[in-house]
Structures are given as C-alpha cells and as structure tokens.
Design a protein around this ligand. Structure first.
Ligand code: NAD
Length: 359
C-alpha cells in the first residue's frame, strides 16, 4: 500500500476520451490493491497551444517531473498542422520525451486469440505472436542536427541528420538484452548497416553489448527485410531493438498484426519519470464520437504499473481484465467482428472495470 502521484495529460482528439478511461481503471486498481493514486492533470499539445501559446508549458514539465509517472493520451490534429514547426503539438511531445530522458520506448505487440480475425493477416501466420519492440527514443534523425529547410526555387532543400553515439546505443541494447532474459531470450537488432554509417556503429555496438549476455541469442536484420519479415513470419521475433525512426515505423506495422492500433500500449522509460501512452495518435477522424478503443490506453496503465511503479500484480490484473473482455466478445469498432455488438469507448472501459471489480 502506497501513495503515488500520476500526472495525466489527456491531450487532443481521442486522447481526451481514452485518457479518462485510463484514469478510471487506475482508480479501480487503487481501490482493489489499497493504493492511493492522485492524478494532477496538465496540458500539452494542441490544447496547450490554444491555452498558453506553447505546446509544452513549463508548469506541465515541472508537474510531470515531480510525479511518479505520466499517463499520456495523444496530441495533434489538423487544427495545428500549419503552425510553425517549433510550436507544433508534436514538437511539445518530442521535447517532453527529451526532457524526461526516457530513451527507450517499449511497445509490446501481442496477438490475442480472440482477435485473430481482426487482423488483415492469416490467423495461422499470427497465432502465438508476442513481440516486444524496443525503440530508441531520444536520438537519431528526429533530433540530429543540422536540420532545416533553406535555399530558393529548385535549389530549396530540406535536410535532417541521423546521428547515434555509442552511449545511446549501449544503454538501449543493454535494456533489450535484459528484457529478453525475462522472455524467450532472443534479440533482433534492426538497422541499415549496408548503407548508413550510423547503423554500422549501431551494429558494432550492439555486438559489443551482447558479450555480457551470452544466454541471449542476437541476430541482425536490415530494416527493409524486417518490415517484410514482420508480416511474413512475425512469430520469429521476440525482442526487436532499433533506432528512433525505424522503430517508429516497425512498431506501427506490428500494431497491424494485433488487429488495431487501438490495442497497442507503450512505455517510455530510462529517465527518472517514465511515461506511458497508447501508440496511436489523436485520431481526428473519430474524435469526440466515443468510437475510440480504450484498450491501448488501459494497457498503457498496466505498463505504468509494471515499469513505472514496479507493481507487477496490479499490471497483471489489468492485462487479465483486457483478455477477459475480449473473450466475452466485447468489441469496439476498430476490432469489430460479425455477430458482436460494437461498444462505445465508455462501454468497453466499463467492461474492463467490471472484471477488475468482480475478482
Ligand atoms: P492516428 O493514430 O491518430 O490514427 C490512425 C488511424 O487509426 C485512424 O483511422 C484512427 O481513427 C485509427 N485509430 C487510432 N487510434 C484508435 C483507437 N484508439 N481506436 C480506434 N481507432 C483508432 O494517426 P494519424 O491519423 O496519422 O495522426 C492523427 C494526429 O495524431 C496527427 O496530428 C499526428 O501527428 C498525431 N499523432 C500523435 C501521436 C501521439 O500523441 N503520441 C502519435 C501519432 C500521431
């Protein structure tokens, strides 16, 4: 039994709808296990831009840094697409990640038997898939300099820089091997070492780190092949570790294995305060309509408990409730199945709460 301060940023679009459900589930966990959670709320993204003229206000950053963990919805939307680059909601999110020093993004992609038909891939290809994608989060081309757009006319050019230091690669590789030790003991490092020097350094460094983990099997794959193998034979993967941009793309691809991006949770850890968010964005096309699947958000609350607060039993309770509602035939629109009713965001969360409170 303990007291925890969990900062909450609902953000924009469906972030608002699913964020509320994540908090309700955490509250139920608090009641069930005797913890006291307080949930101070902060603005970020488009909502912060509208209210304060910046996508990441100072009091948000301070509040988050003073908390035990951050539960984050989603930010962005068409309303803010035309604002200057440094004011974009996404710039606020990148700054938040950088400030928190959360260098590792964990994205589990687990295929539930009940959702085998929700994916576009064949059930026999998918059955048993359980992948942990570990994406480097604070380096690479999203942060490298020089970057910019300059010049005139046909000579106008846009450029970015992919850059990795040994220390950045070592710490994420080490985390990948440690996580693999608790799983099936396989790490696949994904890079583009045949073309990029930064990837060559990545590969050499991962090989160096692997020496301390002789019990874990290390393999390497070029990112183009990895993109193909993920849909050809996803079961071959256990832990995938890769850089920021490759991880961004491959983890979205792996979300499709699970049937919907609305199912995928993530944890960003490595700094003093971890943050936990669904991998989806603000989904402007369905925002405000109670159509969003809250399970990615609720799964993120489970990861918060496991990796942010080290409360394993509490995390397992949420994951068991998610499995149970799927088994009960509860479906939102993104994972709908013939013959089963389509639930609203609130109804799906209520179903999870029902299971949590029943046991
Ligand atoms: P998106 O993830 O918001 O939506 C992609 C598709 O998936 C849409 O069709 C959407 O309806 C669907 N979808 C997403 N989440 C769902 C859920 N929980 N339940 C049911 N369906 C769901 O990606 P996008 O459309 O490329 O981006 C929209 C905005 O979100 C952009 O402004 C983008 O920059 C931002 N974004 C933010 C984050 C974040 O906050 N971490 C991540 C990705 C994109």
């Amino acid at each position: 039994m303990a007291n925890y301060t969990i900062s909450v940023i609902h953000g924009d679009g469906i972030g608002q709808e699913v964020g509320v459900e994540g908090v309700r589930v955490m509250q139920a966990i608090g009641e069930k296990f005797g913890h006291t959670f307080t949930f101070p709320e902060y603005l970020a993204g488009g909502a912060a831009l509208d209210a304060h003229g910046v996508p990441l206000p100072d009091d948000t950053l301070k509040g988050v840094k003073d908390s035990h963990a951050l539960l984050f919805g989603a930010i962005g939307g068409p309303k803010w697409e035309k604002v200057a680059h440094h004011l974009k909601p996404e710039a606020g999110l990148l700054k938040l990640r950088k400030e928190l020093g959360a260098f590792a993004n964990l994205r589990p992609a687990v295929v539930f038997d009940e959702l085998l038909d929700a994916s576009t891939l064949k059930p026999e290809v998918l059955r048993g898939t359980d992948i942990m994608v570990l994406r480097e989060l604070t380096g690479g081309i999203y942060f490298g300099t020089p970057r910019g757009i300059d010049g005139e006319g046909p000579q106008r050019r846009g450029y970015n820089t992919e850059v990795y230091h040994v220390y950045e690669i070592e710490r994420i590789a080490k985390m990948a091997f440690e996580i693999a030790r608790g799983r099936r003991k396989k790490v696949c490092s994904v890079d583009k070492a045949n073309v990029l020097e930064s990837s060559q350094l990545w590969r050499d460094t991962v090989i160096g780190v692997a020496k301390a983990f002789p019990d874990v099997a290390l393999s390497h794959m070029y990112v183009d092949n990895a993109a193909m193998q993920l849909i050809r034979d996803p079961k071959q993967f256990d832990v995938i570790v890769t850089g920021n941009i490759f991880g961004d793309i491959l983890s979205d691809e792996s979300s499709q294995l699970t049937g919907s991006i609305g199912m995928l949770a993530s944890a960003s850890v490595g700094g003093p305060v971890g943050f936990f968010e669904p991998i989806h964005g603000s989904a402007p096309d369905i925002a405000g309509q109670q159509k969003a699947n809250p399970l990615a958000m609720i799964g993120s609350a489970a990861l918060l408990l496991r990796y942010g607060l080290k409360l394993e039993a509490e995390a397992i309770a949420i994951e068991a409730a998610i499995r149970a509602v799927l088994k009960d035939g509860k479906r939102t629109g993104d994972i709908k199945q013939a013959g089963l009713p389509v639930l609203t965001t609130r109804q799906m969360a209520d179903a999870v709460l029902g299971h949590l409170r029943a046991k």
